[in-house]
Ligand binder design. Structure first.
Ligand code: DGJ
Length: 728
């Protein structure tokens, strides 16, 4: 049994971890522990200091040391004496906002709970167990149901929350975080992932300051600027040693992660929908479902923690035919042509690609409506026969005849003012009556909270997918959202719209991915502006960044790798000088970096020299040889590009028999030693042979002494070492 309950102590055990909480004599649910399995009740760690200005619940009588403000709480509510960041806050009909949550009942169920309308980690009945704990505010009859999914094998716990209004009048939910985690002891640092368009998910590790630190988005998407994932590490925690906890929110809209270090040095983490762009009126009898958080911890460093997340996301979040299958190597025409193409140009690129072993041609932006630049056409999802002569079907057939699959780009959530759709339905674009809307990339956003919009998009997109042999869809989204207002809601409910937008998006994705399970959907938002576990439920890969520069990509892919599996990372070789940075790197370096993901090309192959084409043909076959190791092996970060002069990583097969070390050394240096890199995750007593030069090492030597990288001449030089375990 993964879940046990004894004397009101709830223990959630996975293979290596214990999560524990206790409903105390007052019915307050205390958080006791999240960490290594201890084999005992951790309530002896609870302390009751007499802290000035800490209030006491009424039933505590003269017990002035019993305070919600100092105890570790499992789910903290606002307004009743815990002055730290709350996980939940509501406004009642009378205008008051106290919520006094006390334990009422619990249920244990086989299998994993689901969440209506939202993506959630899934499992067979025997793979997971569910615990539901009901807390109640008796005065208002508000129930808060805490949901826990326990994945023993994976060392993962999921959390979600349902708020139920059992009273007679509506309440307004002002915030409802999916995670609340109190950590009264420990010297913690946090890692969050900040960035910008073309430079997403830059890992930043800092000490905690007293007070609140935050990583969040109010952009309507999870965003390029912050990512809904966070790591808490004990000081000194490395890739291979030390304790750390990770949390990733399965949500693609505005989110908030807050970490508070309080007056007693206790730490609280909350994570969920961003309350700055959220409020929800819950009618009497209604329920609200919060998105899910995936939680894991490791006593063996951040590498192992990443493995837990890669495993759960790949096996229990991603879905569809391509969930575990090898993805086709693709060629995308965006950086090759931008809007300047016709069917002949596309055919020519595809022809050349097919000769180099590439599997799929992806037709990017510009194939529909009046779309010769980014100023017009969005919303008109009908092929532009002036560019694609003979129509889409004919082009797809011509490409298929070359032995290639065909994929296509959509940006369903957007509309150009210069489009047929906008002419017909200006009211479908998000804007506030009486104000001009914000334009971004000249475009407006469709109101995805409106069921008519979702239905229209479903009809036009499914028609194209039904009529043509399309095996891949790139689902793009190229701006942040503001001007929140919808005609479909009364004025006092307008703050529901950002969340309803995400629900509409998920509904559309669910319908389309359900109806076309053999189509590979790749998520995209100007690159990686919506790279989150929510989108990965519908799209098993996401275009990682619009920055295709191999040097910068190593930083982006380094940050992305903390939570998201390598198969999820869409990654392409593009032309030099690179279109984003102007930097020129070798075709080998570009290939090595793009191979650490779901691989493809994004350049005009016809403009390359015969040597470069030969190199590409070789890369495609090397990638196909390693693809299974790259997807299914354990991924190890062997250096930190922010601190080291290189970015090096490795894939180690499940049985530790096959090892692929790849990376880029950034700057050459004269008169110095060769660089050394220590490997991870090998079989210590086994012998490993370098496939290229036949040299043999023990696993222990490779992990302790490391391996010398080849002598490097020049900047941004790639390295690749393939080792195989040998029986001697
Ligand atoms: C942004 C994407 O990230 C690019 O790859 C490309 O599809 C453009 N949009 C097209 O507008």
């Amino acid at each position: 049994m993964a879940i046990t309950v004894e004397n009101n102590v709830f223990s959630l055990e996975t293979e290596n971890t214990l999560y524990q909480m206790k409903a105390d004599a007052f019915g307050v649910l205390n958080h006791l522990w999240y960490g290594a399995k201890t084999g005992c009740c951790m309530d002896y760690l609870l302390d009751y200091p007499d802290v000035g200005f800490a209030g006491n619940i009424y039933e505590a009588g003269d017990l002035r040391t019993y305070s919600l403000n100092t105890l570790p709480l499992e789910y903290a509510a606002a307004g009743t004496g815990d002055f730290r960041i709350p996980a939940v806050s509501v406004t009642h009909e009378d205008g008051s906002s106290a919520l006094d949550l006390r334990f009422k009942e619990y249920h244990i169920k086989k299998g994993k709970y689901g969440i209506p309308g939202l993506p959630a980690v899934y499992a067979d009945e025997n793979e997971a167990e569910t615990l539901e704990i009901m807390l109640k505010d008796t005065a208002s009859e508000t129930e808060v149901i805490l949901l826990y999914g326990v994945f023993s094998q994976a060392d993962v716990i999921t959390r979600s929350v349902i708020v139920k209004n059992r009273g007679n009048s509506p309440i307004v939910i002002n915030r409802v975080h999916s995670l609340c985690l109190d950590m009264p002891y420990g010297d913690w640092e946090w890692i969050h992932f900040h960035g910008r368009h073309t430079m997403e998910r830059q890992a930043e590790r800092t000490s905690l300051i007293h007070g609140i630190q935050e990583s969040s988005s109010t952009r309507g998407t999870s965003s390029h600027q912050q990512n809904p994932a966070v790591l808490l590490c004990e000081r000194g925690c490395t890739e291979t040693q030390g304790f750390c906890i990770g949390a990733a929110l399965m949500y693609s809209g505005g989110f908030q992660t807050q970490v508070e270090k309080d007056q007693l040095d206790q730490v609280r983490v909350v994570m969920g929908i961003n309350p700055d762009t959220f409020a929800w009126t819950l009618e009497a009898g209604g329920s609200f479902y919060a998105p899910e958080v995936i939680l894991s911890c490791s006593g063996h460093g951040m590498g192992e923690l990443s493995h837990h997340f890669h495993d759960i996301i790949r096996n229990h979040v991603c879905r569809g035919k391509y969930k575990l299958a090898k993805r086709p190597v693709l060629i995308n025409n965006w950086e090759a042509t931008y809007f300047d193409f016709d069917d002949k140009k596309i055919e020519k690129i595809a022809k050349q690609a097919s000769e180099l072993g590439i599997d799929m041609m992806v037709l990017d932006d510009g194939w529909f409506g009046k779309r010769d630049s980014d100023t017009s056409g969005l919303g008109d999802w009908f092929v532009n026969e002036e560019k694609i002569r003979g129509g889409l079907k004919s082009l797809v057939e011509r490409i298929n005849k070359m032995g290639m699959k065909f994929g296509i780009w959509f940006e369903p959530e957007m509309v150009s003012e210069d489009s047929g759709l906008f002419q017909k339905h200006p009211e479908w674009a998000i804007r506030i009556p009486g104000r001009n809307p914000m334009r971004s990339r000249y475009q407006l956003v469709l109101d995805m909270s409106n069921t008519e919009v979702v239905e229209y998009l479903y009809q036009v997109i499914s028609k194209i997918l039904k009529e043509n042999n399309i095996e891949y869809v790139k689902w793009d989204m190229n701006r942040s959202i503001c001007d929140w207002y919808t005609e479909t809601l009364p004025k006092h409910r307008q703050m529901e719209m950002p969340h309803r937008y995400v629900l509409g998006l998920y509904e559309l994705l669910e319908r389309l991915t359900g109806e076309f399970p053999d189509v590979l959907f790749e998520g995209c938002s100007g690159g990686g502006g919506r790279f989150d576990a929510g989108m990965l439920y519908y799209c098993p890969q996401i275009w990682c960044s619009d920055d295709t520069d191999a040097h910068e990509r190593t930083f982006i892919q380094y940050g992305t790798s903390f939570f998201y599996p390598i198969s999820a990372v869409g990654s392409h070789v593009s032309a030099v000088p690179n279109h984003q940075t102007g930097r020129s790197t070798s075709i080998q370096t570009r290939g090595t970096v793009a191979m650490a993901g779901s691989f493809g090309y994004e350049l005009d192959l016809n403009k390359l020299s015969s040597e470069e084409k030969a190199e590409i043909a070789a890369q495609v076959s090397v990638y196909k040889e390693y693809q299974s190791l790259i997807y299914n092996g354990l991924y190890y970060r062997l250096s930190n590009p922010h601190d080291d002069n290189m970015s090096v990583w490795a894939f180690v097969s499940e049985k530790k028999a096959d090892v692929l070390v790849q990376g880029v050394v950034f700057r050459a240096a004269s008169n110095t030693l060769r660089r050394r890199i220590r490997l991870s995750g090998l079989d210590t007593v086994a012998k490993y042979q370098n496939v290229k030069n036949g040299y043999v090492y023990t696993g222990q030597a490779l992990m302790s002494g490391g391996i010398l990288l080849p002598e490097i001449k020049g900047d941004d030089v790639s390295v690749e070492i393939h080792l195989k375990k040998i029986e001697l």
